[in-house]
Design a protein around this ligand. Structure first.
Ligand code: NAP
Length: 296
């Protein structure tokens, strides 16, 4: 049965708030579960969106946020490890705890994972995401794992950082900029979540990439063109980027992490045999057309 009441864990985040808006606009009651209240008002759905302070590390708070929900979405993230808060805590332990509770309550679950999850990765982040996704699917066989590629959209981190780089007099590349990416619009992923819930799809893994596969340097060039810049691109070896992240790691909000560098070392695109947006009848957008389409 399609869900009428959905808890979105991480519903204040970049992706989570788009999911909340999409569901609320469809008339679904949404519980936004996160540690800090942030404005996720959906004007045309007032009263349909309720905030519940939740820390996914805490069993009682997880259970309270799930109370009365037909389905849950896990869009919680942790990109940088901090003292006492590691990737395993959020991406494996808390994700599995949520899956266990949801399975016990017979609540549907959409788990947001990521393309390229790999338990053998050199990146602690990617390993934890992979272990978490596996544990969630083992614990809650009905759970659907959605694996987006890098997200773009209004106020994103990715296209904004390309736009910032494009203005530099010499633009450093990750390696030769040959890594292939398939950035996906945040609203297309939110639409995918809504359709999974509306169609009562269970137990699948769906990879979500945008309309275009682009090499990193092509995206930098597109961003430069958009801003009327033609500065030279400078290939920088990945080993140098990795070395650079070591001193940055002491900062509370490092601008670049070792895990992000490792992610840029491999293609991040939809697998050849993967189930994709087509399964959900969605035609995704392309980052070059949307974010770098017309000159200002
Ligand atoms: N952004 C991308 O390019 C990208 C690409 C592929 C996959 N993904 C995946 O998409 C999902 C969402 O990512 P995002 O970029 O939207 O993340 P985000 O903007 O960083 O948002 C994270 C959300 O999780 C909440 N949260 C963090 N710790 C929590 C805790 N202990 N208890 C409860 N809530 C907590 C945050 O709110 P509070 O801090 O207030 O708790 C916030 O609502 C993640 O699974 C991410 O790995 C993202």
């Amino acid at each position: 049965m399609p869900a009428n009441r959905v808890t979105v864990f991480g519903g204040t985040g970049f992706l989570g708030r788009r999911i909340v808006m999409r569901l609320a606009r469809a008339g679904i009651e949404v519980i936004v579960a996160a540690r800090h209240a942030r404005d996720v008002a959906v004007p045309e759905a007032s009263g349909k969106v309720v905030f519940r302070r939740t820390d996914v590390r805490d069993d009682a708070s997880l259970a309270a946020a799930l109370e009365g929900a037909d389905a849950a979405v896990n869009a919680v993230s942790l990109y940088v490890e901090r003292r006492g808060l590691g990737f395993t805590t959020i991406h494996v332990e808390a994700a599995t705890r949520l899956a266990r509770l949801a399975a016990e309550k017979r609540t549907g679950l959409v788990h947001i994972s990521g393309i390229g999850v790999d338990e053998a990765s050199d990146s602690a982040y990617v390993r934890a995401r992979a272990r978490g996704e596996r544990a969630v699917r083992e614990t809650h066989p009905g759970a659907v794992a959605l694996r987006p590629s890098v997200l773009f959209g209004p106020d994103d981190a990715f296209a904004s950082s390309l736009a910032m780089l494009a203005r530099l007099p010499l633009v450093p590349l990750f390696g030769h900029g040959a890594t292939r990416l398939q950035p996906v619009h945040v609203n297309d992923v939110a639409e995918a979540v809504a359709r999974v819930l509306a169609r009562d799809i269970t137990g699948e893994v769906i990879e979500l990439g945008g309309a275009g596969v682009h090499r990193y340097r092509e995206l930098v060039r597109a961003a430069q063109q958009r801003h009327g810049q033609h500065h030279q691109l400078l290939p920088v070896p990945f080993s140098l980027w990795r070395a650079l992240t070591a001193p940055l790691a002491v900062l509370p909000e490092p601008p670049l992490t070792r895990d992000q560098v490792i992610l840029m070392e491999s293609d991040n695109i939809v697998g050849r045999d993967a189930t994709t947006f087509a399964r959900l009848g969605i035609e995704p957008r392309d980052i070059v057309r949307v974010s770098f389409g017309d000159r200002d």
